[in-house]
Design a protein around this ligand. Sequence first.
Ligand SMILES: Cc1cc2nc3c(=O)[nH]c(=O)nc-3n(C[C@H](O)[C@H](O)[C@H](O)COP(=O)(O)O)c2cc1C
Length: 210
Amino acid sequence: MAHLLHIDSSPRGDRSHSRQLTKEFVEVWQQVHPTDIVTYRDVGRNPVPHVDERWIAAAYTPPTQRSVDLQAALQVSDQLIDEFLAADLYVMGVPMYNFSIPSLLKAYIDQIVRPGRTFAVTSEDPDNPYQPLVLGKRMFIITARGGTGYGPGEHNAQLNYQDPYLRTIFGFIGVTDITFVSVEHDESGNQHLTESIAAARSQIAQLIGR
Ligand SMILES: Cc1cc2nc3c(=O)[nH]c(=O)nc-3n(C[C@H](O)[C@H](O)[C@H](O)COP(=O)(O)O)c2cc1C
């Protein structure tokens, strides 16, 4: 029995392609793995707070030296990290905003990428002081874009700061097994969009092995 954490980051509701496809992913997943547990985190419609000065002070103070006030500053971060670490795998819906990710998701990432919890800072190798702490996980990321051609080798590939950033930041904490599924053409809204959604659905079914 595995534990799947389902994360959405689009502020849109029914019109969101990434939200619709993560929902379908979870439905298919549960048909194939009926005993698995699913937890849901919606940072698109229930935003998490940005890190602030108290958060930074607390995160960089050793746990045993944190005052009650500093401990409180990390309460949300601790809850989000506990939830993240409890999962074995993740499915995440991510719109492309300005060639990157929505700030709603960036705020979540800033809360969960934390020294001592999801990565360690060591003094053994000064050139490489960071050690990932989130090991043995698998992640599926479903991206949605208005335009097209952002895939590797395609005409807009050099504008894509979405997939490379997500691969970098989750890889930094140890989640290196990441599969991307993407829907493009939202802005044209025509047959190309319909075909892109159908291709994403079929990729999801294949990935889950139905
Ligand atoms: C603020 C904003 C910025 C966007 N920036 C881009 C962009 O840089 N490139 C692109 O192809 N589409 C862009 N889009 C279009 C979205 O990626 C597209 O509508 C996508 O389907 C949104 O995901 P969702 O359907 O899950 O809400 C942008 C949309 C918004 C609202």
